[in-house]
Design a protein around this ligand. Structure first.
Ligand code: 5GP
Ligand code: MN
Length: 325
């Protein structure tokens, strides 16, 4: 981004009065955290803000300040509204609202996915950031917008969840510096992590038990996956599979981990994780995207056909990686 582009973005945000902020489908902590964190900061600066998450707010993020304000749909958007997509790698990730956003002269894309398509009129895309919440923090600082405790709680949640609690390799000194600044605002990490990770309804624990029973590992021990048909989700009484991908990833020696979840509309939602191979390349082949070590895609077809197709490509990628080593 050139200096003059940066200056334009600055002016658009500081002079804007009405904002629509949108995060991605199937949102995670960074999607909701950066959406709310940046939006609440704009609001504290006196702006009018609408918060859109096309798939709502997952249960474990409903404690976040402003969560009750989040809507799934946007009815109207006045021309001149500043539209901001947060944590979305491509326009499709914003869901149906995408068409309305694209029509706005002031459409800003704030994201950290390496597969980002620069779909905005202006793009603040930096894949060295561990989380979009980290980028939102620097934007707030640069623009001199209010950094309130509520903003801090949301941004901390985004950074904590996208770094797997400061464990993944995207974690940098900068992530810790931002976290430090947020703790200095008064953010209490233990309160946040208790809500986000440690309080689960019984239905989700039952699903975890069901998912672990379905955990499979390939003969060579390099691939591990869980496939969840609708029947398992219905029996357990929950559709919330977040966090389950961590279990195949946890099997010692595994390079590729997958979660296949059968959706109601004839598609399969796939989560991918890896230790060394760039898994976003695999996701892109199936119409998705993401990061080198964490990516996702939604693939039409039955659970078994999608599982087989994705695992076949994964095996090929592993062979290629071995050949290059
Ligand atoms: P998850 O498996 O947790 O849903 O997603 C892992 C990462 O990949 C996240 O950073 C997420 O934003 C990204 N991702 C997941 N699904 C998709 C998708 O369908 N398209 C793109 N471009 N990125 C995705
Ligand atoms: Mn993110």
């Amino acid at each position: 981004m050139t200096q003059s582009e940066r200056e334009m973005i600055r002016r658009v945000i500081l002079e804007g009065t009405e904002f629509v902020l949108v995060c991605h489908l199937d949102p995670d902590g960074d999607a909701i955290g950066s959406l709310l964190g940046f939006g609440l900061s704009l609001e504290a600066a006196g702006k009018k803000v609408k918060f859109i998450s096309p798939d709502g707010v997952p249960r474990n993020y409903t404690f976040l300040p402003g969560a009750a304000r989040v809507k799934k749909e946007l009815e109207t958007m006045a021309r001149g509204t500043v539209a901001i997509a947060l944590d979305c790698a491509d326009l499709g990730r914003t869901g149906e609202v995408g068409a309305m956003l694209q029509d706005q002269p002031h459409f800003i894309n704030v994201d950290h996915h390496p597969t980002n398509t620069n779909f905005g009129r202006w793009n603040i895309v930096d894949d060295s950031a561990a989380a979009t919440a980290e980028l939102a923090f620097f934007l707030i600082q640069e623009l001199g917008l209010p950094l309130t405790l509520d903003v801090g709680i949301c941004l901390y949640t985004g950074i904590h969840t996208d770094t797997g609690g400061f464990r993944y390799e995207n974690t940098t000194a900068r992530s810790h510096e931002v976290a430090m600044a947020l703790l200095n605002l008064g953010v209490k990490p233990a309160l946040i992590t208790d809500y986000v990770y440690d309080q689960k309804p019984l239905t989700e624990l039952r699903l975890l038990a069901g998912a672990l029973q379905r955990l499979q590992v390939s003969e060579d021990g390099l691939l591990a996956w869980i496939s969840l048909p609708r029947s398992v989700l219905t029996t357990c009484g929950t559709d919330d599979t977040s966090g389950l991908i961590n279990y195949p990833r946890m099997v010692a020696g595994v390079e590729f981990a997958f979660l296949f979840k059968e959706d109601e509309d004839g598609t399969v939602r796939v989560s991918l994780r890896s230790r060394q191979v760039d898994v976003s390349r695999l996701a892109v082949q199936f119409g998705g995207g993401g990061h080198a070590r964490a990516a996702g895609c939604t693939v039409p077809g039955s659970l078994t056909t999608v599982e087989e197709a994705v695992l076949t490509v994964a095996r090929k990628m592993l062979q290629e990686a071995k050949g290059n080593a």
